[in-house]
Ligand binder design. Structure first.
Ligand code: CP
Ligand code: NVA
Length: 307
């Protein structure tokens, strides 16, 4: 079953095919008026179920618009409004939805819920963010790097600053599967997932954990950050103080004047990034947000055997 759960299980050839399709579909629509379906409407009649255990703006709208542009449609549910919220199991939900819809996207509090859904579904399941990973976002980041630089991601040099969270984990996995270099500037006590680090270390790319923002960005072509407090985490004063030296501000970006700045959004301006950076000339965050749509389309086509 072609689930899209993480970079490692998708594998480099599929990831490259997805990225190329995302670039091609974006280019094919350039200059089109809004409100048009892609001319081939390859997913006409197909329905994507989307289940959210956490809030979302970009993931929800990009998958919904992706299905519409591909000729299909979506059913969007908050998990708490489904029988899931009253104790029906994830496995039984997977079995039932598999009899009705063509694919399922899940945003879950716990990664185990995604695994349970995927192992019991007879239709493709897509990871729309868990506590451990956010691969559909990192693929949009990679697309943004490639369109901004005109170069493939392989062999490039990235820096990630801040919390060792789901975004950090997916960047680590992406670097190891697609073979690019990644330096993570993360304070002590907030490291990325140990298992993700350990398995990535056995693949490719060079992945380093450093304890200073300046050394993290040295030589970087892309600087990425994310919120210091992810959905479901409690805000803690000591965490905010530990993160403060890893803020992406004008002083830090001046060390790498040719680097791009990316942030998956939503941003907490004045915390992990300052206004002058996110609104400045190095920022590509709005292209990155738009590219969620193009990447989502390519992932859906891959999952549904239409790439
Ligand atoms: N970046 C991202 O996944 O945004 P949403 O939480 O709005 O979906
Ligand atoms: N790390 C963030 C990403 C939001 C898209 C979170 O999980 O809340």
């Amino acid at each position: 079953m072609p689930h899209f759960l993480d970079f490692a299980s998708a594998g480099a050839p599929a990831l490259r095919a997805i990225l190329d399709a995302a670039h091609a579909r974006k280019a094919a629509r350039a200059g089109w008026p809004r409100g048009r379906t892609d001319s081939d409407a390859p997913l006409a009649g197909h329905v994507l179920a989307m289940i959210f255990e956490k809030p979302s703006t970009r993931t929800r709208y990009s998958f919904d618009m992706a299905m519409r542009q591909l000729g299909g449609s979506t059913i969007v549910s908050q998990a708490g409004e489904m029988q899931l919220g009253r104790g029906e199991t994830v496995a039984d939900t997977a079995r039932v939805l598999s009899r009705m819809v063509d694919a399922i996207m899940l945003r879950s509090n716990r990664h185990q819920t995604l695994d349970a859904l995927a192992s019991n579904a007879d239709v493709p399941v897509i990871n729309g963010l868990t506590d451990i990973s956010h691969p559909v976002q990192v693929l949009a980041d990679i697309m943004t790097f490639e369109e901004s630089t005109g170069r493939k991601v392989e062999g490039s040099c990235w820096a990630y600053l801040g919390d060792g969270n789901n975004m950090a984990n997916s960047l680590i996995e992406a670097a190891s599967v697609l073979h690019f270099d990644l330096r993570l500037g993360v304070p002590h006590g907030y490291d990325p997932d140990q298992a993700v680090m350990a398995t990535a270390g056995c693949r490719g790319g060079s992945i380093d954990l450093v304890r200073s923002a300046a050394s993290a960005v040295e030589g970087a072509e892309v600087v990425v950050t994310d919120t210091w407090v992810s959905m479901g985490q409690a805000e803690a004063k000591d965490k905010m103080s530990a993160m403060a030296p890893f803020q992406v501000n004008a002083g830090l970006m001046a060390r790498v004047p040719d680097a791009l700045f990316l942030h998956c959004l939503p941003a907490h301006r004045g915390e992990e990034v300052t206004d002058d950076v996110i609104d400045g000339p190095q920022s590509r965050v709005w292209d990155e947000a738009e590219n969620r749509l193009h990447v989502q389309k390519a992932i859906l086509l891959w999952c549904l055997g239409a790439l």
